[in-house]
Design a protein around this ligand. Structure first.
Ligand SMILES: NC(=O)c1ccc[n+]([C@@H]2O[C@H](COP(=O)([O-])OP(=O)(O)OC[C@H]3O[C@@H](n4cnc5c(N)ncnc54)[C@H](OP(=O)(O)O)[C@@H]3O)[C@@H](O)[C@H]2O)c1
Length: 345
């Protein structure tokens, strides 16, 4: 567990994930003297607020990280690929939020609620990869179902917040919303499409042969890796929506064993990291705003797929689920901190 005796580096502290990591560490009373905050050379000499103090931003180099027990990497894949192994060499354990090492079989890809056992055999310093944000939300939410009934197939559509593309994308949504409401045209910079008052296919690169975009491909390969199950069928469609933070996902799932709606609800009810928000009478279900700033993945709109066959007792293998989770927290900063907690225990 990260404690006041550990020194922690937040690499990329000025970004959307880095700032969230600092907010979580602050809420746990990690003293400012135990933090090192780094960013690009552009930010060196500037400061960042933490617990009422101004922390000096330093360059992201192995030397500035030397002496830290763990570094939470909140930078691009390109930077992580270059810097993370160097930081491990100077004795610092790295938890990397980027996609740089997620496909590397030598680097564990961990969601503590699902495969914390991967961390048990590691000796420090080491490098651990934090999975893709949409993937973390999906595997945490569906893990209790997979454990009780088995999961054969997931057809999932995502509704992804713009903050998944970083701090600049959040600024872009705020600016475009103001511009459009003032009667001015939206001016896209981070995204190719306007993001205010618009929905568009995820901005990651589309594979010309499969037609899958990068986010969809990650959901398939990373979920299979985390669950250690290559047979699970996953068909995602990933879309950006004009929301600042907290992705939502609507999934239709096929179970190995038939289950009643009540059994599925009960499986979600006592799952770690999951909170049921499923009030049909009041039409109250998970939303991005309800999930924003929270640690739990909200799950609701549970129902048997109306097109699916039912057994004589009403059970079915096909269920529908809506989930929402703050991808800056559980999809990135919080998951990374939970990994560091386990490694520093
Ligand atoms: N946003 C999400 O929901 C999310 C979820 C899961 C994973 N991730 C991954 O987490 C990482 C960070 O994402 P983000 O959304 O926080 O991005 P972001 O808001 O764009 O922040 C990027 C950070 O990287 C720093 N940086 C840029 N160039 C650098 C360089 N050459 N050397 C060192 N630092 C540099 C920036 O510092 P300056 O301010 O100085 O430019 C900033 O602190 C990415 O790999 C992303 O894919 C993000």
């Amino acid at each position: 567990m990260i404690s006041s005796k550990h020194t922690i580096a937040v690499v990329g502290a000025t970004g959307a994930v880095g700032r969230e990591a600092l907010a979580i560490l602050e809420s746990r009373n990690v003293p400012p003297a135990r933090l090192r905050v780094t960013a690009s050379d552009r930010s060196v000499g500037k400061t960042i607020e933490y617990a009422g103090q101004k922390l000096a931003l330093v360059a992201s180099t192995p030397e500035s990280i030397r002496g830290c027990d763990a570094a939470l990497f909140c930078v691009s894949s390109e930077v992580a690929k270059r810097l993370a192994p160097e930081c491990v060499k100077v004795g610092c354990t790295v938890v990397d939020n980027s996609s740089a090492f997620r496909a590397d079989p030598a680097v564990p890809l961990v969601v503590p609620e699902v495969n914390a056992s991967e961390l048990a055999s590691l000796s420090r310093p080491c490098l651990v990869a934090n999975p893709n944000c949409s993937t973390i939300l999906l595997v945490v939410a569906l893990n209790p179902i997979r454990r009780r009934f088995g999961l054969k197939r997931i057809v999932v559509s995502t509704y992804q917040a713009v903050s998944g593309a970083g701090a600049a994308a959040m600024d872009e949504l705020r600016q475009q919303a103001a511009d459009v409401l003032a009667g001015k045209p939206a001016q896209p910079k981070v995204f190719a499409e306007p993001c205010a008052f618009n929905i568009f296919s995820h901005n990651s690169k589309v594979d010309l042969d499969s037609g899958l975009n990068g986010e969809e491909a990650k959901m398939i390969t990373e979920s299979r890796r985390i669950w250690a199950d290559k047979s699970i069928e996953i068909s995602p469609t990933c879309v950006r929506v004009p929301v600042l933070r907290a992705h939502a996902e609507a999934a239709t799932i096929t179970l190995d064993k038939p289950a009643s709606e009540a059994e599925v609800r009960a499986a979600f009810a006592d799952a770690p990291g999951v909170r049921l928000v499923d009030d049909r009478a009041n039409n109250s279900f998970p939303t991005s705003l309800k999930a924003s700033g929270g640690d739990d993945i909200l799950v609701g709109r549970l129902r048997i797929d109306p097109t699916a066959p039912r057994e004589a007792d009403g059970r079915s293998r096909h269920h529908c689920v809506l989930l929402s989770g703050d991808q800056l927290r559980k999809g990135a900063a919080l998951n990374a901190i939970q990994i560091a907690d386990a490694l520093l225990r």
